[in-house]
Design a protein around this ligand. Structure first.
Ligand code: ADP
Ligand code: MG
Length: 153
């Protein structure tokens, strides 16, 4: 079941990311889509902040994968540069070492993605953002439902 959340400010985005920080569990994979400037990296930064990451989270466009220490370790990927590549950067390892994984431009590594994940699609509409959430697998469906209910409470 898809859930739509309306984000009207950076503060709303921080609150949404904060809820993900509360529900995050080892090996949770978050797939982020949306145009350049939609707010994917900003969401990752707020999520890292909630999980106590001390380092500054910056866009991994050039490195593709950056890892951080927090209450949960985080792998932050930006697969934009892999558009025309079939290369496996050892993704399986990243999905199975107990970290939270956040992926921007995930459609470029579709063949390497795990079975269960949560997608967040961010669309800019006028001066708001619509974030569409969808979880695969019963656990992720439940997480999405809980986050939706707590956000809109
Ligand atoms: P992406 O990673 O999707 O390309 P970024 O997160 O790098 O996007 O950029 C989003 C930009 O929009 C940032 O400069 C951010 O401060 C700004 N912004 C303004 N309002 C919001 C919001 N509600 N949510 C996320 N980003 C926002
Ligand atoms: Mg980005």
């Amino acid at each position: 079941m898809k859930k739509e959340i309306i984000i009207s400010s950076l503060n709303d985005m921080e609150r949404l990311a904060g809820l993900f920080g509360e529900k995050a569990y080892p090996n949770l994979v978050l797939l982020l889509s949306g145009d350049l400037g939609a707010g994917k990296t900003t969401f990752a930064q707020f999520l890292g902040k909630k999980l106590g990451v001390k380092r500054n989270i910056t866009s991994p466009t050039f490195n593709i994968i950056k890892s951080y220490k927090g209450e949960l370790p985080i792998h932050h990927m930006d697969c934009y540069r892999l558009e025309d590549s079939e290369e496996d950067l050892g993704f399986d390892e990243y999905f199975n070492d107990g970290a939270l994984v956040i992926i921007e431009w995930y459609t470029y590594i579709e063949e390497f993605l795990p079975e269960s994940y949560i997608t967040l699609d961010i669309k800019i509409m006028n001066d708001q953002r619509i974030v569409t959430l969808e979880g695969t697998g019963s656990k992720n469906e439940r997480v999405v439902k809980e986050i939706y209910e707590e956000f809109t409470d």
